[in-house]
Write a protein that binds this ligand. Structure first.
Ligand SMILES: *Cc1c(COP(=O)(O)O)cnc(C)c1O
Length: 446
């Protein structure tokens, strides 16, 4: 499976964005996250075009939690997308990158007063309120600044249950996210927002889940949301300018894995929305969305260097298993451990060789820490460069310093050029926040 600008060059090496990955590994070290700029920009454009062609009143916000750094914010901005943030850190990153605050939407199921203060002080486009208490908190923050106004969306739980891993299901009624539609909580929250003079109610929001391979949950949620919009209009006399349907479209992790194209997704979603608008006699809302994974997922690849290779006896067929260990693992990609996520790998240093061996790719952490069970790969040897595909989303973003590993660098490649967009952490960074209290220093002197 070759994605984006990936190809095999005349040296038999994997190339991305016109850069030889073996050279990238030599220059920047491994593990290394590589972002294919052309593939990333194409995903932004394809997503936008799919909806613009079918429903011109639309807004696409990139969900920053999938992968965010200041350069990423710049690219997203350049592609004309808005940005979703879900923490002070994500908001600060966007602001530091010079991202226009009016195109930022602030999320979170437990926003702090400080986060609400930072968001309103910077006049972000929308805050999506997630619970009743937050409406009061937000009103309190704004009362301290009488001239501030804030546009808000109300996040609702539409009560649909998508088919995806249970850790990334968020649209069902039994969820920590949003306000239930069926028990009247969402309607009640809208009424509360309407009562606050410094808040402007702009519409409703839902997000049903992630890595979805059909649009059934979206269409189900659109039906529930449209009914809520009709009730908001008839009972509260308010209209919803925006309907935000979250993100969730899945990507290709493995060859032949199920995927839904952006065009087919747009077709189904827009048809459902138009049908609901007609059925309830609503005026056409702005259709807002927040794709994360489908924008950055396939544009990312992680390069590792193969270290230890060992074959062990196993009881099941074929009687032995070969482990090849990489110089990273759980700390740069926790998804296999978290979600049983599957990945595909290419031997980047011998990419032209047949990938017909069965090799288990292990990490180097003090855990079982397997990245890929039974990968189809060329026979791996110590020193080979291994490329794991589709690591753009929720990899760097979820990276940790477990075992006091340094977080890898991120390099942006395109047209044969490679630029660091996040530098590799150093051993100095590992102890940057550590402090030794005076009494321990005394003990040391002993
Ligand atoms: C995670 C999340 C998204 C993005 O989801 P993807 O599956 O990456 O597209 C969008 N909106 C909200 C509120 C989210 O929590």
């Amino acid at each position: 499976m070759l994605l984006g600008t990936q190809r095999i060059n005349s040296n038999g090496h994997l190339e991305i964005g016109g850069c030889d990955t073996v050279e990238l590994a030599r220059e920047f070290g491994t593990p290394l996250y590589v972002v294919d700029e052309e593939a990333l920009r194409l995903a932004c454009r394809t997503y936008r075009a799919a909806f613009e062609a079918r429903y011109p009143r639309n807004q696409i916000h990139y969900a920053g939690k999938a992968f965010l750094c200041t350069a990423m914010a710049r690219i997203v901005e350049g592609e004309g997308l808005g940005l979703d943030v879900a923490s002070a850190g994500e908001l600060y990153t966007a602001l530091r990158a010079g991202f226009p605050p009016a195109r930022i939407n602030v999320h979170g199921n437990n926003k702090s007063v400080e986060e609400l203060e930072l968001a309103t002080a910077n006049h972000v486009g929308h805050i999506t309120v997630d619970h009743l208490g937050e409406i009061g908190m937000l009103a309190d923050v704004l009362r301290r600044h009488p001239r501030r106004r804030q546009d808000v969306l109300v996040r609702c739980a539409p009560g649909v249950d998508p088919e995806t891993h249970k850790f990334i299901r968020t649209g069902q009624a039994d969820t920590k996210f949003g306000l239930n539609i069926s028990d009247g909580s969402a309607l009640h929250a809208v009424a509360e927002v309407l009562r606050q003079p410094q808040l402007r109610f702009c519409g409703i929001h839902f997000h049903v889940g992630s890595q979805l391979t059909d649009a059934d949950s979206h269409t189900g949620a659109i039906e529930a949301a449209a009914e809520l919009m009709a009730t908001i209009s008839s009972e509260l006399g308010a209209s919803c300018e925006v309907l935000n349907i979250g993100g969730g479209l899945g990507v290709r992790y493995v060859e032949g894995g199920p995927v839904l194209s952006m065009g087919d997704f747009a077709e189904t979603v827009v048809a459902a929305l138009k049908a609901c608008v007609a059925r309830y006699g609503l005026s056409e809302p702005i259709l807002a969305q927040e794709p994360g994974r489908s924008i950055i997922g396939e544009a990312g690849t992680t390069l590792y260097t193969i270290g230890a290779v060992k074959t062990v006896p196993i009881e099941t067929s074929p009687g032995q298993r070969t482990y090849a260990a990489v110089d990273g693992g759980l700390s740069d990609n926790p998804r296999p451990q978290l979600y049983d996520a599957r990945y595909e790998a290419i031997c980047a240093s011998r990419a032209a060789e047949p990938h017909d061996h069965c090799i288990t790719i292990a990490g180097k952490h003090c855990e079982t820490d397997v990245l890929i069970w039974d990968a189809k790969c060329a026979m791996l040897r110590t020193g080979d460069i291994l490329a794991v595909q589709t690591t753009g989303a929720y990899n760097y973003a979820m990276a940790s310093n477990y075992n006091r590993f340094t977080k890898p660098a991120v390099v942006l490649v395109g047209d044969g050029q490679a630029d660091l967009i996040v530098r590799r952490e150093t051993l100095r960074d590992v102890v940057r926040c550590d402090l030794i209290p005076e009494r321990l220093s005394r003990t040391m002197k002993g």
